[in-house]
Design a protein. Structure first.
Length: 464
């Protein structure tokens, strides 16, 4: 029973994190009004959790591998639950945003450690493939539930209710996970403190700069955050190259499979996720579609992904993970292009065919990335593989949302027609990201490992 219990709890953890991540999309107006936040406050409310996620996913994955995956899943669940409850009690935007950043850090541990727990509990490749398909489905399930739950609870009583529910769920997950078996890498490395500090602060600074930049790119604080973030990330690379026990062995990037899955993660975030983050606001502002209907539109994309992520295990065995990711990204791009041609008189139904197609492909993509992120790293580093792939996904999302906010902005007065024109530009850009990502994954190739050389490659990856 323990593998099933581990799979269920780790997948429910991912659902909870994604519900927390997406729920503000549906009740942002209520949240902004309740906290007395303005336009900049709304931007930070929507983006703050991604800062915590992006900054700590890689670190959380490595810590989970070295010090116990269940332990870090429990810690992450507690942090997610307590921080979200604090957000539910907040009466100002600053406190709420801070709670969302901390909740994101907790969610990073839940996601990275959770996939590592699943990999350890399912050592057989076939069973692991089925399990990571279920985990991939949990991503779509969380994205589907979040906006609907936020919208309905907000309309029934208060925008705070969804955060109370998420907080309680986080605490319940921490209690339930204690019954799962512990697992860790057989060869635990010393903690790379400089690497942990540099990757966390550098990534957080870049993501904060991108968020702040949506309010004005020429502002000193925006420039400072971006410059400091880039310098810290450069310093991280320098330190990791020289470290005898790096947090992220840079030799992993010599592996085509590792490069492919992280290019896929980056393209997923900057492509379809960035576009879907814009959908709710666009259809409400430009087309007069209600928040409830907008939440159901998100479901048109996310619900098919749940089904196809689970069904992906039935794809032909000879179809490689790299091939699945490349084709799925290409189909996602085609689905995005199908939502071109929207005009000011369009209704919600105009979006459905494209979102359904993109959702079907996204499910295959999620399942393949979950499986390949574990398979692309040395044995015992499943948490690190998960952390790296999800870091790429959330960094891509932050970059993509920023680009969308720039290209979709009307050039003159804000009118419905101007917003529609901006939507078309955003669709073209994000679809190109998906298609270029598909080409990048396909063209990376697969290196043939000579008999006896696999051990040498693992040692090089471990040493950097």
């Amino acid at each position: 029973m323990s593998p099933r219990r581990t799979l269920a709890i780790a997948s429910l953890g991912t659902v909870t994190v994604l519900v927390a991540f997406t729920s503000p999309l549906a009740n942002i107006n209520q949240t902004v009004a309740g906290l007395g936040a303005g336009h900049r406050g709304a931007t930070w409310i929507l983006s703050s959790m991604s800062i915590g996620l992006g900054a700590f996913l890689l670190t959380a994955g490595r810590l989970a591998d070295d010090y116990g995956r269940r332990r870090w899943f429990v810690i992450g669940s507690l942090v997610l639950g307590l921080a979200t409850l604090l957000g539910a009690l907040s009466h100002d935007a600053t406190t709420f945003v801070a709670s969302r950043i901390v909740a994101g850090a907790g969610g990073a541990a839940v996601i990275a450690a959770g996939l590592g727990m699943i990999a350890a509990a399912h050592p057989d490749p076939g069973e692991r493939g089925r399990a990571t398909g279920v985990w991939g489905a949990s991503i779509g399930a969380g994205i589907a539930i979040g906006p609907l739950l936020g919208n309905y609870l907000g309309s029934l009583h208060s925008w705070r209710d969804v955060y109370v529910l998420i907080g309680v769920a986080g605490l319940a997950l921490a209690a339930a996970a204690r019954g799962c078996p512990e697992s860790r890498s057989a060869e635990r490395a010393r903690l790379d403190v400089p690497g942990v500090v540099l990757i966390a602060t550098g990534t957080a600074s870049v993501l904060a700069g991108l968020t702040e930049g949506r309010g004005g790119w020429g502002r000193p604080v925006t420039v400072l955050l971006l410059v400091v973030g880039v310098l810290l990330l450069v310093a991280f690379v320098v330190v990791e190259r020289r470290s005898t026990h790096p947090m992220l062995a840079l030799g992993l990037f010599a592996r085509p499979a590792f490069r492919a899955v992280n290019v896929a993660g980056l393209a997923t975030g900057a492509g379809i996720i960035a576009l879907m983050s814009y959908v709710s606001g666009f259809v409400g502002s430009a087309l007069g579609i209600s928040a409830t209907t907008a939440a159901w539109l998100m479901l048109a994309w996310s619900a098919p992904s749940v089904v196809t992520a689970v069904a992906a295990r039935r794809l032909p065995a000879h179809w490689s993970g790299r091939g699945q990711m490349a084709v799925a990204l290409a189909v996602v791009g085609l689905g995005q292009l199908l939502v071109l041609g929207v005009d000011t008189g369009s209704g919600a139904a105009r979006f459905v065919p494209g979102l359904l197609l993109a959702g079907v492909a996204t499910g295959v993509l999620n399942a393949a990335m979950g499986r390949e992120s574990v398979a692309s790293v040395p044995p015992g580093q499943a948490g690190l593989g998960s952390g790296a792939n999800n870091t790429a996904r959330y960094l891509g999302s932050a970059l993509g949302v920023t680009v969308v906010s720039v290209v979709a902005a009307p050039s003159g007065a804000i009118t419905a027609a101007g917003l529609v024109d901006g939507w078309h530009r955003a669709v073209v850009v994000t679809a190109l990201v998906s298609l270029v990502g598909a080409a990048g994954v396909a063209l990376l190739g697969e290196r043939v490992v000579r008999p006896g050389s696999e051990r040498a490659e693992t040692v090089r990856a471990d040493s950097g």
